[in-house]
Each structure stands twice: as structure tokens, then as C-alpha cells.
Design a protein around this ligand. Structure first.
Ligand code: SAM
Length: 342
């Protein structure tokens, strides 16, 4: 898919720090993939990079570029937002049809924009022929370009905002280092740490072959036994889920932890086992991968599916054992290799 880039010209670091930051944040949030800023500004770069690291996406910022060269050499459609241009409504159709196959560079100014920009640009576009702001002009332009749809990327986000009618709700997506910190914080000893790392290593290999979300599998696998810091009973998975919910950890990770026992526990079994009411069957690919990686490890030691199955059968858990066989086959088929061979 063609990319949308923003070129910010006339940035004066001593004066425009806040507004250029807002131009960059609008670019990211409204679906552009990169911003070029003419003056070198390390503080601005760091602010934007920290937003990307917390809220995700692949958005890039580059400051200190030669704007004239960027504009002249750009291969694609050049759009200059200016109050002197043609009304947005009169050109948006043409712009959209070119944007379907060509990259786009959207230019916004700060101080007076040099005449060259008006000449080189393919479109000089006004968002109302009235003076206002580069922030509003850019937001409205991108929103119209993408028909109001959310084109921002939040992959690898550390924080995810859950929309609420009132108040704030944020969920945390911990990376590997955060997970290890959380485990240590809950008092995980060497055995839990070593087992969690071993499950993570195997789960990540399965995830790569199965085309699953590796970041999600990494965090879910590292945290799957966090409940064992409180109990080694059958309720360690639901205890782990409760610990993570209290820490506002993302639901996608909490569910991996909650559903990792064997190849899942049915509602009926959960009631018989006295577990809190809930769903303990792995549903997503990532939930299944962590559950089965755990089934193939005893502590740090790899064991075969048959060894795990024999263990379940010896405890009279025949139905649970056949679920493990089915899950093993499902994932092996998806990976194109028997998981016992990994
Ligand atoms: N004095 C500058 C000039 O001659 O263009 C305008 C400065 S204005 C505060 C900064 C930027 O906001 C402009 O360069 C333009 O990109 C954007 N802008 C302001 N009003 C706009 C409008 N009505 N339509 C599109 N862009 C606008």
C-alpha cells in the first residue's frame, strides 16, 4: 500500500516545539507513516519516538532534512496545504485516485512558505480559504483522504486505550523485560523463571512457523505460570489471570494465562474442579500455542506429547488427554512439522 509522508517546513525549534510535535502526532495518529522536519531537533525526535514506543506503530521521524531536495526528489504526489489553495472538496477525488497507487508527500508550513513550494506541488489545497493552523489542516486532510477510517497502526504498543463512555481505561502490553520484572515482583523463584523462559523459547518457535503474533506469544508464555507464585493447584491459571488483571495487563495476554492448562478446561470440568466461573478453553492461535508449548515441557526439560498424554491418562483424565492429542495435531498441521520434532 502506498505510503503517506508529511514534510514540515520552516520549523523553528526555539518557537515551534509544541506545534511541530502536534503536527507529528497528528501525522502518526491519522495514518501517515513518516514525517520529515527541516530543522534538526533532537528533543522533538525523542518526544515522537517515545509516543511511538508507548502507543505503537512504525511511524518514523527524521529532522534536519533539506526540505527543498525532499520535495523536488519525491517520487509520488506532492500536496501542499495552504489557505490560498483550491478548496479540498474540489480536488480530493483526484488526490484519492492517485493515492491509490502512488506515495504521497503532504507539505505543511510554519512561517511564510516560499513560492517554490506552490510551484513544485501537484496540488495546493485549502481546508477552508481562511487562516488557521497546520495541525487542523493536516488532521482534516488525512481524515478525508482515509474516509474517516482509522489507519493508524498500534502494533507493538505498550499501552492500549480502551474506549470508555466516561473515565480512562488503559491496558498494558508488557514486553519481555517488563514480563521478567513482573514475575520477579510477584516473587517468582528460579524454577518458575527457568520453566517460563523454556516455554517462551518453544512457543516463539511454534509461533514463527504458525504465523502467529510473536510479541503476544512471548508475553503470554513468560507470564503463563505467574499464578504459581501463589499456588501450585489447578487454580494457578485463574490466579495468574487475576494477578494480571489487577495489573491492568492486556486481555489478550490474560486469556493466554487463564486458558493454558492442558489443552483447556471445559466449563463442566471447571465447575467440578471448583474454579471461578469462566472460560478456560484456548481459542486463539496464540492461546493454543502457549498451552501446547507448556504441555511439551516439564520444568526446563522437553518431553514428548505422548509422555504428557500418558501422565494425564494415569490420573484418569482421558478426555483431557485426547484434547492434548487433538491440539498437538492441529498445531503440527499448521506449522508443517510435528511439534515433537521442534
Ligand atoms: N503565513 C503562512 C503562509 O504564508 O502560508 C501561514 C502560516 S500557517 C499558521 C502555517 C501552516 O498552516 C501553513 O503553512 C499551512 O500549511 C497551514 N494552514 C493554515 N491555514 C490553512 C488552510 N486554510 N488550509 C490549509 N492549510 C492551512
Amino acid at each position: 500500500m502506498p505510503s503517506v509522508n508529511v514534510l514540515r517546513i520552516g520549523h523553528r525549534p526555539y518557537r515551534d516545539k509544541r506545534i511541530t510535535t502536534h503536527v507529528a502526532l497528528v501525522s502518526r495518529a491519522f495514518g501517515a507513516s513518516r514525517i520529515y522536519v527541516d530543522s534538526r531537533d533532537e528533543a522533538l525526535e525523542n518526544t515522537v519516538k517515545s509516543v511511538v514506543s508507548n502507543f505503537g506503530g512504525d511511524f518514523c521521524i527524521e529532522t534536519g532534512v533539506n526540505w527543498s531536495k525532499e520535495l523536488r526528489d519525491f517520487k509520488g504526489v506532492r500536496i501542499h496545504l495552504t489557505m490560498y489553495g483550491l478548496p479540498l472538496d474540489s480536488v480530493i477525488g483526484k488526490i484519492k485516485s492517485r493515492a491509490a497507487s502512488e506515495d504521497m508527500l503532504v507539505v505543511v508550513g510554519a512561517e511564510k512558505v516560499p513560492p517554490e513550494v506552490y510551484q513544485i506541488s501537484d496540488f495546493n489545497v485549502a481546508i477552508m480559504n481562511q487562516p488557521h493552523s497546520e495541525v487542523s489542516a493536516l488532521a482534516i486532510f488525512l481524515d478525508r483522504l482515509f474516509d474517516g477510517s482509522d489507519k493508524s497502526s498500534t502494533n507493538r504498543a505498550k499501552f492500549r486505550i480502551i474506549p470508555r463512555e466516561r473515565g480512562k481505561m488503559v491496558r498494558i502490553f508488557p514486553d519481555e523485560a517488563d514480563c521478567l520484572r513482573i514475575l520477579a515482583d510477584e516473587g517468582a523463584g528460579d524454577a518458575i523463571m527457568a520453566h517460563s523462559m523454556a516455554v517462551k523459547d518453544l512457543a516463539v518457535r511454534i509461533a514463527a512457523l504458525a504465523d502467529a503474533n510473536v510479541d503476544l506469544v512471548t508475553s503470554g508464555a513468560l507470564l503463563h505460570d505467574i499464578g504459581r507464585t501463589k499456588t501450585h493447584g489447578i487454580d494457578h491459571a485463574s490466579t495468574g489471570a487475576r494477578i494480571l488483571r489487577e495489573r491492568n495487563i492486556d486481555d489478550s495476554i490474560v486469556r493466554i494465562v487463564e486458558r493454558h492448562t492442558g489443552a483447556g478446561i471445559t466449563n463442566q470440568e471447571a465447575t467440578a474442579l471448583g474454579l471461578p466461573e469462566g472460560d478456560y478453553m484456548p481459542e486463539t492461535l496464540e492461546e493454543k500455542i502457549v498451552a501446547q508449548a507448556d504441555n511439551l515441557l516439564s520444568g526446563e526439560k522437553r518431553i514428548s506429547m505422548q509422555e504428557t498424554v500418558n501422565h494425564y491418562i494415569s490420573k484418569g483424565l482421558d478426555e483431557a488427554a485426547s484434547r492434548i492429542v487433538r491440539l498437538h495435531k492441529e498445531l503440527s498441521d499448521k506449522c508443517g512439522i510435528d511439534l515433537d520434532m521442534l
